[in-house]
Ligand binder design. Structure first.
Ligand code: APR
Length: 242
């Protein structure tokens, strides 16, 4: 496949590469994505569970949904693609990772410069006083031990602001990048879906389903994240040896 060979050259020639990932980066770890046929939103209306309104007016449904996601997460782990991206950071082939994912897999695989635009499922906090809580207390529906309010995961709910520091770092790096590689996202959710259009460099999409959005890409590779990263890494290693 000539395109994947060209991409390996772009990666090696780039002085500043940023990776943008979505839920498709973690489906091969066993975590469902949201909008493909086996995704969370196929059977659940996000407005009933992933909003502040759901947190405030329907805590039992909110709690059931995020407890299920936390338990699913506990049974899953990063796959080889996450580890390859972490290795590329160590080899200065990748500068940073911007992720919409809340599974923490990029950091767990060893990537250090990771901007979690939508927060992290395992970072529990009180919805009232904001003090940190534990996953165990959240799962057991224990109220905040400081103020008695309800606990929630530290994920960005629809309608909430993104963590400012993560967004600003992501935007700074994307603007500066020579190469942005977008992996496993339908690019349906604002403002993350604006990022690929904000780089001065090349933009590449690796996605399982065909992309029908408006962003322009210099290359679109239709395929699975893990397999594509393994193949890319093989080519890069081979060319390095020779
Ligand atoms: N390899 C590559 N692409 C994949 C794979 C895979 N193994 N598995 C799924 N995909 C693709 C799907 O075809 C789909 O186009 O990943 C994309 C995932 O899109 P979504 O399910 O919409 O997930 P995402 O884009 O990350 O959603 C963004 O929406 O609900 C919110 O906060 C949630 O962060 C999430 C945001």
């Amino acid at each position: 496949m000539q395109e994947i060979k060209s991409l390996s050259h772009w990666i090696k020639a780039s002085g500043f590469t940023v990776i943008l990932t979505g839920a498709g980066m973690s489906t091969e770890s066993g975590l469902p994505d949201f909008r493909s046929k086996s995704g969370w939103w196929r059977n659940i209306d996000p407005s009933t569970v992933a909003t502040v309104d759901a947190l405030e007016t329907n805590y039992s449904l909110f709690h059931d949904f995020y407890s299920m996601r936390l338990k699913t997460l506990e049974a899953c782990s990063p796959h080889e693609g996450h580890y390859i991206l972490a290795e590329w950071e160590k080899r200065n082939l990748v500068h940073s990772i911007v992720t919409q994912n809340v599974d923490g897999f990029h950091k767990a695989a060893g990537s250090s410069r990771v901007y979690e635009l939508h927060g992290s499922l395992r970072s529990i906090r009180c919805s009232g006083c904001g003090k940190p809580g534990t996953v165990e207390d959240f799962l057991d529906r224990v109220a905040c031990r400081s103020c008695g309010e309800r606990l929630r995961p530290g994920v960005v709910l629809f309608g909430e602001m993104l963590p400012q520091d993560a967004w600003e770092c992501a935007l700074r790096d994307i603007k500066r990048a020579d190469l942005v590689i977008v992996i496993g996202t339908s690019l349906q959710v604002y403002p993350a879906n604006q990022l690929p259009t904000m780089t001065k460099g090349r933009a590449v999409l690796i996605n399982y389903e065909a992309y029908s959005g408006g962003s322009r890409f210099d290359m679109v590779l239709q395929g699975k994240a893990r397999d594509t990263l393994i193949e890319l890494n093989r080519i890069i290693h081979k060319s390095k040896v020779s």
